[in-house]
Design a protein around this ligand. Structure first.
Ligand SMILES: *Cc1c(COP(=O)(O)O)cnc(C)c1O
Length: 230
């Protein structure tokens, strides 16, 4: 299947999930996760009109950004070491993996110094798996209060990763949990503006995520493909 065909197929499946759940396809944004592919393949994604590009490692993303940076909007989706924040600010408009106070403070500091700001999703470990990054759900209210003063860091929503399941239906409680957490937090008005966004759903489980309220899907393998040599 060509890239164009894969994009069409994904869009069709998103539309069908929207119909099943009474949502509008316009509410759903796609981050094309290009971490498994070359700069050339990333450029082909941009050529198809997908402008939101997701990368999880700066080593891989850096050269691509040098070549293609101005053509897209870049999302950092991986675990970020505090000492690498300087390489993210000014290049990436979004970070999906805000998971600790020290990282929030460093993002604020570097963004302020560059006179810019960064949009962030707070990563939450809904599944409770030890191998997953992210705050425990009950840590999020306190975290939002602590970072509320940081004016160069704009929290726009929550992000989670579901465990890989043979049957994607099994991920539903995770995605539903993230939506319910967002709604509870918004009821408490812990952020200046309500958090609108949910970054959830990957190649294996994006339709369930759409049905449960995702507004940003992060799609790699199914959409962009995977180059074995990477
Ligand atoms: C790799 C990755 C994705 C995309 O995964 P696929 O299953 O290939 O779609 C999404 N989110 C994060 C955080 C990732 O690291």
């Amino acid at each position: 299947m060509s890239l164009k065909e894969r994009i069409e197929l994904v869009n069709t499946r998103i539309r069908q999930a929207c119909i099943r759940s009474g949502r509008q396809p316009e509410e759903i944004n796609i981050v094309a996760v290009t971490k498994y592919v070359s700069a050339e393949a990333t450029e082909a994604v941009l050529d198809q009109g997908l402008t939101h590009i997701g990368e999880n490692r700066l080593q891989v993303a850096g050269p691509k950004w040098e070549q293609l940076g101005s053509r897209g909007t870049w999302h950092f989706i991986g675990h970020l070491q505090t000492n690498k924040v300087k390489d993210v600010i000014g290049k990436f408009e979004y970070i999906h993996s805000l998971d600790r106070l020290s990282l929030a403070r460093e993002l604020e500091k570097k963004a302020a110094a560059e006179n810019t700001f960064i949009k962030a999703f707070v990563q939450v470990n809904i599944s409770g798996e030890e191998t997953k990054h992210g705050l425990a759900p009950d840590e999020v209210p306190g975290f939002l209060e602590e970072i509320g003063q940081l004016s160069h860091l704009k929290v726009i929503g929550l992000m989670t990763m579901a465990p890989f399941e043979g049957d994607p239906e099994d991920t539903r409680p995770i995605f539903r949990g993230l939506r319910e957490l967002r709604d509870q937090l918004n009821d408490k008005s812990l952020t200046d503006e309500p958090m609108m966004h949910l970054s959830m759903g990957m190649s294996n489980d994006f339709e369930v995520a759409v049905e449960e309220g995702a507004t940003w899907l992060r799609l790699g393998t199914l959409l962009v493909g995977k180059e074995e040599e990477n």
